[in-house]
Design a protein. Structure first.
Length: 307
């Protein structure tokens, strides 16, 4: 049988096993059928049971056991090596509207990167059209991606030929998806398309890195500082390696801003005030995950505004 041009790429791991039926079922009911499923398997022993159950899916397995960022790296490089034209990403603890692959493949005919809407949910709540309702600048995503992220490995897809070199992710990266798309966009003026009529059902539970809270807490602030410090450090190294001098300066400055903020937040009084001001202006500040962790210059503008 001739190999498909489209691959659905995922990673599976013990914490996601309880959700795999939802995941594979949503793939089996896709309106577009001509795709393979590449599974990076980090610790699930009975994948054969799912292959037997979901016989209409062409599931291809690669067993690994590395850091999450390295598992993603292995998967992307494997998809590239196998020669797929389109790579659709999806997390194995989520599931997808039945039109996801069809609309994605259609959109990739004239775009380089597509990302789709999120339905954010857990056992107690459900938020439809999360991105459209919470983010006002989806049409300016190439600008806002420096500050925050809307691109996840469960709602993005790419043309594989925009990846010019073998992927190598720092094993310490937390927001791997953010790093991945950012490094693509700073190299080229790629065409990006948002699909409002396609949903990823983005499940919230204890294993989520981000979680959903449209408020800043001390715990979330500490994590945001850590994520951004690692993120901006990795991108400055990337820019230096690939001779992207202008972007190197931009991200070097952003790294310094995060480090200055980190030092300032040692003062508990300031930290409490910072959290208060952010939460008073959260809706305006939020342009994607991690965007609410703003630099000191921006903070002082909002502090003055709220006096």
């Amino acid at each position: 049988m001739e190999k498909s041009k489209t691959v659905f790429l995922t990673t599976i791991f013990p914490a996601s096993e309880v959700y795999l039926d939802d995941f594979f079922s949503s793939l089996q009911t896709q309106t577009y059928k001509d795709f393979d499923v590449l599974v990076i398997n980090d610790g699930i022993e009975n994948l054969i049971d799912y292959e037997t159950k979901y016989v209409n899916l062409n599931i291809i397995e690669k067993k690994v056991s590395k850091e999450p960022s390295k598992n993603r790296e292995i998967g992307i490089n494997w998809a590239l090596k196998l020669g797929y034209k389109y790579i659709v990403f999806g997390d194995s603890d989520d599931y997808f509207s039945e039109n996801r692959i069809q609309r994605t493949v259609e959109s990739l005919q004239s775009n380089d990167i597509v990302f789709n809407e999120l339905v954010v949910f857990n056992k107690k709540y459900r938020i439809n059209n999360f991105l459209m309702n919470q983010i006002e600048k989806l049409d300016r995503i190439q600008e806002t991606i420096y500050q925050g992220n809307v691109f996840g490995f469960s709602n993005i897809a790419i043309k594989s030929d925009i990846i010019k070199k073998k992927i190598c992710f720092d094993e310490n990266l937390i927001a791997v998806d953010w790093f991945f798309i950012t490094t693509l966009l700073i190299q080229n003026n790629y065409q990006v398309k948002f699909l409002a009529d396609v949903q990823t059902y983005y499940r919230q539970y204890n294993n989520n890195t981000i979680g959903l809270s449209m408020q800043l807490t001390e715990e979330k602030l500490i994590l945001g500082i850590k994520v951004k410090e690692i993120h901006y450090s990795a991108i400055t190294k990337y820019c230096n390696k690939h001779d992207l001098k202008n972007h190197f300066k931009i991200f070097e400055n952003k790294l310094k801003q995060v480090q200055n903020l980190k030092e300032k937040l040692i003062n508990n009084s300031f930290k409490n005030k910072y959290i208060e001001i952010i939460n008073l202006n959260f809706k305006e500040l939020f342009t994607g995950w991690w965007s609410e962790t703003i630099n000191l210059e921006t903070y002082f503008k909002y502090e003055n505004k709220n006096k």
